[in-house]
Design a protein around this ligand. Structure first.
Ligand SMILES: Nc1ncnc2c1ncn2[C@@H]1O[C@H](COP(=O)(O)OP(=O)(O)OP(=O)(O)O)[C@@H](O)[C@H]1O
Ligand SMILES: [Mg+2]
Length: 408
């Protein structure tokens, strides 16, 4: 079956070349018994791939089971997957067959495979390598013929580094890797998907489909979609239900897109508190941008102060320490008349007009105080955490609190 037919059959929308490549690989690998590992951020559409593999394989008439490894308690997962003997643990009143026995001749989809406890990972590796396993509490080897397709939104190499995932199992599972790209990397599919969901929900709720204004469409395309297609689908459904007017403007759309995630930045897929990581990263960028801006502003400020000093008959004594303390990359010297000369190859610095100095200096200070206050209140007065968030040392923060007389 070609990619187009697969997309139609499995309800996959989009023309992104990486998505099409992923479908192509799934179809090509299906007739073999190779293990497939599907990776991609949460909500990218991984769940349909094991079905494509199973349905395009000779096992399609055999059993298919999807197991959410993250949803099964650690204490029972071995028994669920491999079964147990009667009396093998408290409460095991009956012997039970595990999925690997039941699915003999078919396909098991191990969703959220990175959530498996390490001890279960050992058992899984064994069954993948030998086709054999032991029930919990039994020493009788059982043979099975199961095709495994696994999926994860965890960055497994990182999990290996943290000792949470076995490297040997990763290599074994990853025989055929399929990577599903995040939505922000297939921008051309965003509006196509929106249209499809808008039509689906229009039908479901018996109403005309949503339309986007040009501005809203642009906003949608440039949103970072941390929750990927799942989030796009949810947003479309929410707007379909809540908004009376079916033409969605940028103002309306904005209400449905979480603000802090609206910047388009590249991120690695990772499931650990994904939202936290996004905002942390965004914050980090913000701090860096702010710092750069502050340095440029400070340079201007200093240049202005120095200029004032040059022009004025009254020397401004505070200009000198400012120059020394804050700007390491230009030189100052005092000429024989007591004037300060500044050398810099920074054009922005030299072209600066001193009249802007005072305002900028004040706003800079205000901004700094504001950021410190916000960081302190966010961390409930904990200076260590606030300093960390601001990207400065605890000592610097302490000094600034004193200097600006910031009450906590
Ligand atoms: N290409 C697509 N076309 C249409 N719908 C899609 C597409 N990709 C994903 N979806 C829909 O988006 C939703 C999320 O997809 P899915 O459940 O497969 O995500 P996932 O990658 O398994 O995420 P998680 O890692 O959180 O489990 C589903 O409702 C799915 O039907
Ligand atoms: Mg899933």
């Amino acid at each position: 079956m070609d990619t187009q037919a697969i997309k139609q059959r499995f309800g996959i929308t989009g023309h992104d070349p990486y998505l099409e490549r992923a479908i192509h690989v799934a179809v090509q690998v299906a007739p073999t018994d190779l293990t497939v590992l599907i990776t991609g951020e949460s909500g990218t559409g991984k769940e349909v791939f094991p079905k494509i593999v199973h349905q395009s394989s000779a096992r399609k008439h055999g059993p298919y089971i999807a197991v959410n490894c993250g949803a099964i308690p650690e204490g029972t997962i071995d028994s669920e997957l491999f079964g147990h003997e009667k009396g093998s643990f408290t409460g095991a009143h009956e012997a039970r067959k595990g999925y690997f026995e039941v699915v003999d001749g078919g396909t098991i989809f191990l969703d959220e495979v990175a959530e498996l406890p390490l001890s279960t990972q050992v058992r899984l590796l064994r069954v993948l390598e030998t086709g054999e396993f032991l029930k919990v509490g039994s020493s009788k080897v059982i043979k099975t013929d199961v095709r495994v397709v696994a999926a994860t939104n965890v960055n497994i190499p990182e999990a290996i580094d943290k000792g949470k995932f076995r490297q040997d199992l990763f290599y074994r599972l990853n025989t055929v890797p399929i990577l599903i790209p995040p939505l922000r990397e297939r921008k051309q599919d965003i509006l196509i998907l929106f249209k499809r969901f808008a039509l689906d929900f229009a039908e479901k709720y018996r109403m005309p489909p949503l339309q986007l204004t040009e501005e809203a469409a642009l906003m949608m395309e440039n949103f970072r979609w941390p929750g990927n297609i799942r989030q796009l689908k949810n947003v479309t459904e929410q707007i379909s239900i809540i908004e009376k007017t079916k033409t969605v403007t940028a103002e309306v759309l904005e209400r449905y897109l979480p603000r802090e995630n609206s910047v388009s930045l590249p991120v690695l897929y990772n499931r650990d508190k994904e939202e936290d990581r996004f905002s942390e990263r965004d914050l980090l960028y913000k701090v860096l941008f702010d710092m750069k801006k502050d340095i440029i502003e400070l340079k201007k400020t200093v240049a202005g102060l120095a200029q004032n000093e040059i022009e004025s008959t009254q020397p401004a004594p505070q200009a000198r320490p400012l120059v020394k303390n804050f700007i390491p990359d230009f030189e100052q010297s005092v000429d024989s008349f007591g004037n300060i000369e500044i050398e810099s190859d920074d054009e922005e610095f030299l072209g600066f007009q001193p009249s802007e100095v005072i305002d900028e200096n004040l706003s800079l200070e205000k901004k700094e105080i504001d950021m410190i206050r916000r960081a302190l209140s966010k961390h409930m007065g904990k200076r260590k955490n606030a300093a960390k968030e601001l990207g400065i040392s605890e000592r610097t923060l302490y000094r600034k609190i004193k200097e600006y007389n910031i009450d906590q």
